[in-house]
Design a protein around this ligand. Sequence first.
Ligand code: ZN
Length: 148
Amino acid sequence: MDLRELYQEVILDHNKRPRNKGRLGAPTHHAEGYNPLCGDTIVVDLIVNDGRIENIGFEGQGCAISMASASLMTESIRGKSVEEALALFGGVQAMLTGKDDEGCCLADEELSVLSGVKDFPVRIKCAILPWHALKAAIEKDSERVSTE
Ligand code: ZN
């Protein structure tokens, strides 16, 4: 199976059965993200305890790529330390913007599949949106972020 097929399959699967969808009851951190190019909106809730992301949930409305990326993100981030989560953000950003063609800094196989979005350049901001919201939530530097 080539990357394009794998990409389609992973995106479809996460759209059909989004993981960790739904707001958390008492998040310690949260942020909203908005991608005006596509109209995607997302809210990311985190429960951070002792520097570790114990739980993560998201709610949002948008295209298939943005929602699948959010679902993938929650799976890869849950249980990680805040530092690991931020490092993963950097890796995903590098991969999606083409600075890391091989996705080599990403050990996570499913996340690496997201690099297939590069065949659809207008969707790159959709894919990165949940990650920007995650970063904003962790850093609490902004309650609302935009990809523009
Ligand atoms: Zn979108």
